[in-house]
Design a protein around this ligand. Structure first.
Ligand code: TXA
Ligand code: MG
Length: 359
């Protein structure tokens, strides 16, 4: 791959200057790759109807061709050319949650290139709310395909430095609008195949969706209490830190005990251990590990009483653990499985890729 000069442009997250936005829009129009902040995570944008641009996007991320992209548009009308049919439920959900962290999977029109949807008969569409994303989409006036702006299998980026860590020299431009707000990717809701089904949980929670569409269902990719995995493919290497991550679930006292024992045993072999746990558990974990020759690298996952904070910090914490060069990550998760807790657990389970200890 040709090494590019990646231009970084700082923008005010609330009031991006029109000149910077025009530069980024022009780059997209000419087939370039531009990373930009959304309210969830940074996206890597490409002109969705330009086959060469979409191919460059897959190449830059190292993303397999069978993983479809979300198409971003600035307004509800902007999606009329992308889909064959807009069901009444889509309109109702759009009225309530767009612009915002919700992606709708709808029947695809012939205008959407097959490479964008990985050959599927449906297309994923989202109207983001971040002022920079909105300004860019309005200026470019084209549908923009934008996956998270990370290398395939790396955690999604929540700040421009994460984008550069993975993609510097592989993309044309980054609009740096500071840290993203939500920190986890959008909720993906399939409206194209019968019963409305959540494919990926996010900040628009199942409970919120049910206030508009009561029959929404969720097929969790998360394993509960050792039950068989419904679809192992769903857990295939995703959102992974470089070091293997083991997740400790169950009642706090038992799970903390098991995590501390594992940390002690691993450190005794000379391996470097990273720990990710809610703020309230950190002191207990340190006490239980006790004195040892090496100390673990500890990341504060945020307060267990503030799931928005946990979501916002998660990917940056995984990247810090990688940067610290740990050999192994031992993680605790939040206990709530409703609301945002469900999205947080989903991402941690994917990062653990099956290494879950239920205590
Ligand atoms: O918050 C987000 O959604 C971010 C920002 C940048 O908008 N984007 C993002 O894109 O997370 P990506 O490519 O990393 O994740 C897209 C997800 C994948 O799980 C993909 O399988 C699913 O959406 N998806 C895309 N098109 C689909 C389709 N036609 N049918 C079913 N799932 C689809
Ligand atoms: Mg992604």
């Amino acid at each position: 791959m040709v090494r590019l000069m990646t231009v970084v442009i700082r923008v005010d997250p609330n009031h991006p200057d029109p000149e910077s936005i025009a530069r980024a829009a022009d780059c997209l129009r000419r087939g370039g790759l531009v990373a930009f902040p959304t309210e969830t995570v940074y996206g890597l944008g490409a002109h969705a109807l330009d086959l060469a641009a979409v191919q460059r996007l897959f190449d830059a991320k190292g993303r397999p061709a069978n993983d479809p992209l979300i198409v971003h548009v600035p307004t509800f009308d902007g999606m009329s050319t992308l889909t064959r049919r807009v069901p009444a439920t889509a309109r109702a959900l759009a009225d309530r949650f767009w612009p915002g962290p919700l992606t709708l999977v709808l029947e695809r029109s012939d205008r959407v290139p097959g490479v964008v949807t990985a050959g599927l008969d449906a297309v994923a569409i989202r109207i983001p709310s971040h002022p920079v994303a909105r300004a860019l989409l309005l200026a470019v006036d084209l549908p923009v395909a934008a996956p998270s702006a990370n290398l395939f299998t790396r955690p999604s980026p929540t700040r421009a430095a994460h984008v550069l860590e993975d993609l510097e020299g592989r993309i044309d431009m980054v609009l740096d609008g500071g840290d993203t707000d939500v920190g986890l990717e959008s909720t993906v809701l399939d409206l194209a195949h019968g019963t409305p089904t959540v494919l990926r949980p996010g900040a628009i929670t199942i409970d919120l969706l049910r206030t508009v569409v009561p029959d929404v269902i969720y097929r969790s990719a998360v394993v509960h209490d050792g039950e068989a995995m419904a679809s192992p493919g769903l857990l295939a290497k995703h959102y992974s830190p470089r070091a293997p991550l083991t997740l400790f679930e169950g009642p706090a006292d038992r799970a903390i005990g098991a995590l501390a024992a594992e940390a002690r045993a691993t450190m005794a072999t000379g391996s470097r251990v990273g720990i990710l746990a809610p703020r309230e558990e950190l002191d207990v974990i340190r006490t239980q590990i006790g004195p040892s020759t090496f100390s673990p690298h500890v990341e504060d996952a945020g307060s267990a009483n503030d799931l928005s904070e946990v979501a916002q910090r998660l990917y940056a914490a995984l990247r810090s653990l990688d940067a610290a060069g740990v050999d192994l990550i031992l993680a605790r998760t939040v206990s709530a499985d409703d609301g945002l807790g469900s999205a947080i657990r989903d991402r941690l389970h994917r990062a653990a890729a099956g290494r879950v200890v239920v205590c």
